[in-house]
Design a binder for this molecule. Structure first.
Ligand SMILES: N[C@@H](CCC(=O)N[C@@H](CS)C(=O)NCC(=O)O)C(=O)O
Length: 237
């Protein structure tokens, strides 16, 4: 009778332990195989790399070398990257991938309203990034300076001052009162602005600078930044 009781207690505990390990395993999502394909630059994949770093989930960060791209391009779902292979199945579109991972890693917002706010901010950051990239894409040096002046004097202050207000109102976060994937997208883009315009670029936007620093101090992201490979040239297309 006593032995029977001990055996039942043991199996009960064993089931508990197995269940706890299962939860841990599924939460960290190391039960899927992920391979991220992109060029050896931050570009449209960096927020996806930040998401994996934040969650501490393993993935292969496959950085495509210039000479390998023409052949690889033919095998991509829409001929472009980033592509995330999930258990061998290729998925395209950077923000669709990021939103999917954000949901898995608890970074999509606490309710539908917050999910919507994340999408709004991520898309708006995309608009701003498109204007900034326009400068680099302009081949004519005179026109390039005109575009640069418009972006620097009009578009950047317009968007950044609105974002600054939002982050201030949310107590240091872009959405709600906790981290979301929108914060990671902010950190990537603001970092890019500092690289392009110098460290003083965010001096007038202390809340945004604070948000960027806060994201870069998340342990997983800090570790990723410490080992991030140096950039190699992007293929011309
Ligand atoms: N909307 C897509 C755009 C993807 C895209 O334009 N990818 C570029 C790199 S940023 C590319 O693959 N360029 C190489 C090519 O088109 O051959 C996304 O966000 O994933």
């Amino acid at each position: 009778m006593y032995l029977h009781f001990l055996l039942s207690l043991f199996s009960f505990c064993l089931v508990g332990y197995v269940f706890d390990y299962y939860k841990l395993f599924t939460m960290t999502d190391n039960n899927h195989q992920y391979k991220l394909l992109y060029f050896d630059v931050p570009g449209r994949a960096e927020h996806i790399r930040y998401l994996f770093a934040y969650a501490g989930v393993e993935y292969e960060d496959y950085r495509i070398q210039k000479e390998k791209w023409p052949e690889l391009k033919r095998t991509m779902p829409f001929g472009k990257v980033p592509v995330l292979e999930i258990d061998g199945k290729p998925v395209a579109q950077s923000n669709a991938i990021a939103r999917y991972l954000a949901k898995k890693f608890g970074l999509a917002g606490k309710n539908e309203w917050e999910e919507l706010q994340c999408d709004v901010l991520v898309d708006t950051l995309g608009d701003l990034q498109a204007s900034v990239t326009q400068v680099m894409k302009e081949p004519d040096p005179i026109k390039r300076e005109e575009v640069r002046a418009k972006v620097t004097k009009e578009e950047l202050p317009f968007y950044l001052s609105k974002f600054e207000k939002t982050v201030k109102e949310n107590g240091g976060f872009s959405v709600g009162n906790d981290f979301t994937w929108s914060d990671l997208v902010f950190a990537v883009l603001l970092d890019q602005f500092e690289t392009m315009y110098g460290k003083a670029a965010l001096n007038s936007y202390p809340a945004l600078k604070g948000l960027k620093d806060k994201v870069h101090n998340i342990p997983g992201i800090r570790s990723y930044l410490e080992v991030r490979p140096p950039r190699s040239p992007m293929p011309r297309h």
